[in-house]
Every structure is written in C-alpha cells, then in structure tokens.
Design a protein around this ligand. Sequence first.
Ligand code: MF3
Ligand code: CO
Ligand code: CO
Length: 261
Amino acid sequence: PMTITLKTGDEVEGMRAAGRLASEVLDLLTPHVKPGVSTEQLDRLAHDHIVHVQGAVPAPLNYAPPGYIPYPKSICTSINHQVCHGIPNDRPLKNGDIVNIDVTVIKDGWHGDTSRMFIVGEGSIAAKRLCALTYEAMWKGIAKVRPGARLGDIGHAIQMFAEHQGFSIVREFCGHGIGTKFHEEPQVLHYGRPGTLEALVPGMVFTVEPMINAGRRDIREDRKGGQYDGWTIVTKDRSLSAQWEHTVLVTDTGYEVFTLS
Ligand code: MF3
Ligand code: CO
Ligand code: CO
C-alpha cells in the first residue's frame, strides 16, 4: 500500500532547515564551477562544508538502495550526456561542459534534496537552451502543486512543455517523497495525464526533478571499456541531458519550496 507521510509543525521546520542547507551547498559551490576544477574538488568542498560547517550528513555517501553498490561520494556530478548519478572524479571540467550538481543533506534526521545545472565557461547555444528549458519545465511542474491537484498534473505540465519544444523526458527516474528517508512514496513522474494519480494533500513533501534530453529519451548505464561504476546513467544517443531539482511542501493554499537559493 502507498504510505505517504504528512509533515506537520516541527517536522516541516526540520525539512525547511534541511532544504535551506542543501541549497546553501550549491551556492557555496557556484563560484568554483569553472574550467580546470575537478568534480572531486567540488565534492570535497561540499563534503567539508556539510560535515564541518553545517553539522549535517551528505546523504549520498555510502547510500545503497537495493541492487546498488554503496555510492562512494558526497554529491552527484553529471556532465553533458550523463543523465544522473555521475560520480565525482579527478578529470577537470572544460569550457563548454554542462554539469548537474545534486546535493542532498540530512540535518537532524531530515533530508533536503536539490540540484542545479551549471555551464562551465562559455556554453553553446544548444547547451544554454537545454538548461534554461529544463529549469522552466521544473517550475511548470511545481506551479501545479496545491491541495486537490493530482500528481499527474505535475507530470503532464512538465512533459507538454518539454516535448512541444522537441526535447524528451527521461522515464526511468522520477521525483520522490522525502523526509526522514531519502526516497519515500510517492513517485513523482515527470510525464503523465492530468487528473490522474494521487491527490495532493497539505503536508506532503516531495521533489520535482525532471531529467530532459536534447535527443531521444533512452538511457543506459555508462559502461566505459566494459566497466560500470554502478551508478552513472547516460543518454543512449549521447545527446546532452539536463536536470534541476527542488524539494517542495504542499501547503494549505499551494506550495512552499524548501530549497530556494
Ligand atoms: N539526489 C538524487 C535524487 O535526487 C539521488 C542520488 S542517489 C546517490 O534523488 F546515491 F547517487 F546519491
Ligand atoms: Co531527489
Ligand atoms: Co537529488
């Protein structure tokens, strides 16, 4: 059975605080995302800030859902045709790369989850367009959030907007309820039909995090030389992929975003 936990009072305050911290990590990283920096350096900056300044826990580190090996780093960094769950490494970012940085912190037991796109140096027109359109798609979904709306309304808004401009929505990954657990019910699909699926109720907290490809929607594991790192997902056609993510509360009148900058 579907068990969606509703957050009230102090629980909402805990989620609000965790969301704010996650967003602050992205703010901290922003001036460092430039040509020559490695994603491992960004991971180290984020990790040290989360642990030593925020007194929080980086949720990805050693995260091991069923069927996965423990995630080895504190943030996810997904570059160009990488769709999600890219693992920070020692390769320097280069001019024109686009990179999604996904940060999840646990503070006092509560999770905050947010990601943004960064354009390294000077981006191509196509790269800038994909990042901007994906941002707008996320907000089209969030704008649907209010009591009585359905999860399908969110997915539909995102899908229509992206597909009408010739982009595709990744189907295999979705937004998720979030709270004392990283991934809770419900699943928040980024495609669908209006008026379908669960009705939204005040106190629900979930992420909206569309992954949008410039080419076809198909994805695969990032096997390099026959080796898979266990996490990194890429577009099958090697087209660029972008993602933005916020953690959102359903309020009595609409929504509150916990992960605003
Ligand atoms: N932060 C991702 C999400 O938005 C999940 C990353 S799982 C990890 O759901 F282990 F790769 F970090
Ligand atoms: Co998420
Ligand atoms: Co995330």
